[in-house]
Write a protein that binds this ligand. Structure first.
Ligand code: NDP
Length: 313
């Protein structure tokens, strides 16, 4: 039987790409100088797509590949895959949930600790030789403060569990109250923002969450509040955030994701009250390997005709 053919839209973890190449012929979309010509030349043969959470898969690619059956996306967030178009064309979509929960939760704590205790600034302070002339300024602490989680899902729950160990009060907002969770629920995000010291954003990027962390929400969080965005840049009104951080109307921010990453506005990079991270939430050897293995497992399940490991559509 002929080997199946797969379009890889963006680069995947090397080990996962090597596994995929054992099973199928791979065409590398991101490397093609003439992308429409590549799509035209493989249109009657490609039945599979593998892609990263960043590159996703557009409706144009789906329409150019009429035999496409499955899009296997690397990452739990699949907002860059046009899922509505996939549904219209009867194409199945998979992601890589759960295997990254611990890692993203750990990174969230790392950024919160860094922002609270001003660890990047303290590190620079010692390196710059400033310590002998004066002690580093005092900082707040996480202990005893209240944190609101926007999106108490798979990752949000792991973050909540860790924050409890730090003796923080946890509350949450989502579209639904979760009866079996012990944390107080807020139906209104701005109301929650007003009542908390920290707002942790870990809900999916989607039409319903676009701009959900609005100017009003950040104003409610206020000059003593800190915004932590681990989700997607699209959830936050970034220009308003920069303005509020600059004026002090919002106290601080710890950001792993940005509206137009990897570009980060110069105004944001210049602010002293932010901690910035280059979308590192799941970026460890162990977790990226597990995510890659999930992509491969989904592709293989589909090719065998078995149930998909983690379908989203
Ligand atoms: P889940 O689907 O398990 O949880 C999502 C949560 O968001 C749910 O509790 C849901 O609750 C809530 N939610 C969804 N839509 C809305 C809405 N419109 N308004 C308010 N709350 C909403 O997702 P995961 O925990 O697995 O992942 C969350 C996201 O984290 C991913 O989609 C991804 O974008 C991001 N992520 C970022 C990473 C990074 O590297 N920085 C790494 C991994 C993930 P309800 O249904 O009640 O609204």
């Amino acid at each position: 039987m002929d080997r199946r053919e797969l379009l890889m839209v963006g680069p995947l973890a090397a080990a996962a790409a090597a596994e995929i190449e054992k099973d199928v012929i791979v065409h590398r979309y991101w490397e093609a100088a003439d992308k429409p010509a590549l799509l035209a030349s493989i249109a009657d043969r490609v039945t599979l797509v593998a892609t990263s959470g960043h590159h996703g898969c557009s409706a144009d690619i789906m329409e150019a590949l009429p035999k496409l059956e499955l899009i296997a996306s690397f990452g739990v967030g699949y907002d860059a895959v046009d899922v509505a178009a996939a549904r219209r064309h009867g194409i199945r979509v998979t992601n890589t949930p759960d295997v990254l929960n611990d890692c993203v939760a750990e990174m969230t704590l790392a950024l919160m600790l860094a922002a609270c205790h001003r660890i990047p600034q303290a590190d620079r302070y010692v390196r710059d030789g400033l310590w002998p002339s004066a002690n580093f300024p005092l900082t707040p602490e996480l202990t005893g403060r209240t944190v609101g989680i926007l999106g108490l899902g798979r990752i949000g729950k792991e973050i909540a569990r860790r924050l409890q160990v730090f003796k923080m009060q946890v509350v949450y907002h989502g579209r639904h109250r979760q009866e079996h969770e012990p944390f107080p629920y807020y139906a209104d995000l701005a109301e929650m923002a007003r009542d908390v010291d920290w707002l942790v954003v870990i809900a999916p990027g989607s039409a319903s969450t676009s701009g959900i962390v609005s100017r009003a929400v950040m104003q409610a969080l206020g000059p003593e509040g800190t915004l932590v965005n681990m989700a997607r840049g699209s959830l936050v009104d970034e220009p308003a955030m920069i303005e509020l951080l600059t004026s002090g109307a919002l106290g601080g921010a710890a950001l792993d994701v940005f509206a137009n990453e990897p570009e980060v506005p110069a105004a944001l990079r210049a602010l002293p009250n932010v901690v910035l991270s280059p979308h590192q939430g799941s970026a460890t050897h162990k977790t990226r390997a597990a995510m890659g293995a999930t992509v491969v497992a989904n592709l293989r399940a589909h090719m065998r005709g078995d149930p998909l490991v983690s379908p989203v559509a």
